[in-house]
Design a protein around this ligand. Sequence first.
Ligand code: FAD
Length: 451
Amino acid sequence: QPSIVWFRDDLRLADNPALRAAIDRGEPVIGLYVLDEQSDGIRPLGGAAKWWLDGSLRSLSARLTERGSTLVLRRGRAASVVEEVVKDAGADAVFWSRRYGGAEREVDAALKSALRGSGVTVASFGASLLFEPWTVQTGAGTPYSVFTPFWRACQSMPAPRAPLPEPREIPGPQSEPTSDDLDDWALLPTDPDWAGGLRETWEPGEPAARARLREFLAEDLAEYDRSRDEPSAGATSGLSPRLRWGELSPHTVWHETIESGHPAGRFLSELGWREFASHVLYHHPDLATKNLRPEFDAFPWPRLRPAQLRAWQQGRTGVPLVDAGMRELWRTGVMHNRIRMVTASFLVKNLLIDWRRGEEWFWDTLVDADGASNPFNWQWVAGSGADAAPYFRVFNPELQAKKFDPHSEYIRQWAPEYGPDAADLAPPPIVDLAQSRKDALAAYERMRRTS
Ligand code: FAD
């Protein structure tokens, strides 16, 4: 009887323990992906994420087919869809990689017991994180809320397991359960087609992910420490969507980085921040909607400011570094980490707009939009999160530009009207940086007095 591998955030063949377990049973293997926009609490994907998913599923499907197996696509409430496919295929085993969001864990736990109740073998595997969140604990047995001791604790644990090799052959079923046609899911934009910049920038799928990892290790890692903060240097890995969709496992990145022989503590600790964000999400499932520090519930956000929010989204704030960042995001589906911090700080502190509005925009426009890292980092910038930047740290976009983009290369690339030749085309800033900073600090003081 066939085994089903339910793919979710692990769209790869290499180092995929669920796929390996299915192959090792020696029975036919059926891959399954369920587009679930119905289960309670599951957050629908944003537009850029759907674009990525479409490409990554096409690649995965082709790779499974090449090796003898298949990818079945279905849409609907995951729990009932998986049970249906099990019946249609006459399968007696289902394997998957774990997820860490609250709603996802509930779906998976309920399905696991329902399937087991009907005699189906079910096993789940740790494949998306180096350290399972519940295994990293303080001496008192509590979760960590500060990064440095968290990462120290991780490093004193057994090293992440070595990655599993990519299977060459995957036995397929004699008859396949019916599958949706990916075109009918309409994950890609049509009218207007805003995805031109994404197509120019990215090639979703496992082969391109592996190629970028190799290139990064050979060409960029040695410069990473020195240049990682310069947005125009192209010195970071660009692996965030690969890790988000699981085209690469963190184990593969970890081990290949160490084997490259370059000093890599700083780069590996960035993977540590990714682990920490999931650790925090696991222990605080409402990370995307609720302040981790409850005193922020009393923050006096002024009334909604739709015009300012729109100007920020469109990169028309009149502040060069902010506008460059927001346009990079719209065009490429990513933004350099330092500029994410600057644009987020500008929204929350200079425009005094609730961090959740910014988180939602990033969720919709990032190809690496992640249920843990996105809200975690927004709360970090807003000061309401775990181990967060103190609220009174307001990034000054002008000083940040001087320091990290001294020759304005980044600004000129994304917002050329701020260059010396075209300065008269640039709009004036929609807010006074010094005054708005004072207003933000005053609002923070009001919050501290009322909470
Ligand atoms: P590299 O510098 O090469 O880092 C390697 C990997 O480490 C990244 O691919 C990523 O997986 C991980 N990483 C690095 N920094 C962080 C971090 N601060 N938090 C968590 N993981 C990190 N990252 C996402 O993957 N998804 C998001 O939705 C996301 N939203 C963010 C929102 C805000 C407001 C901010 C300030 C940061 C956000 N980040 C997010 C973190 C970070 O900006 C990106 O991971 C990074 O810019 C990706 O580029 P890279 O792959 O070249 O990073």
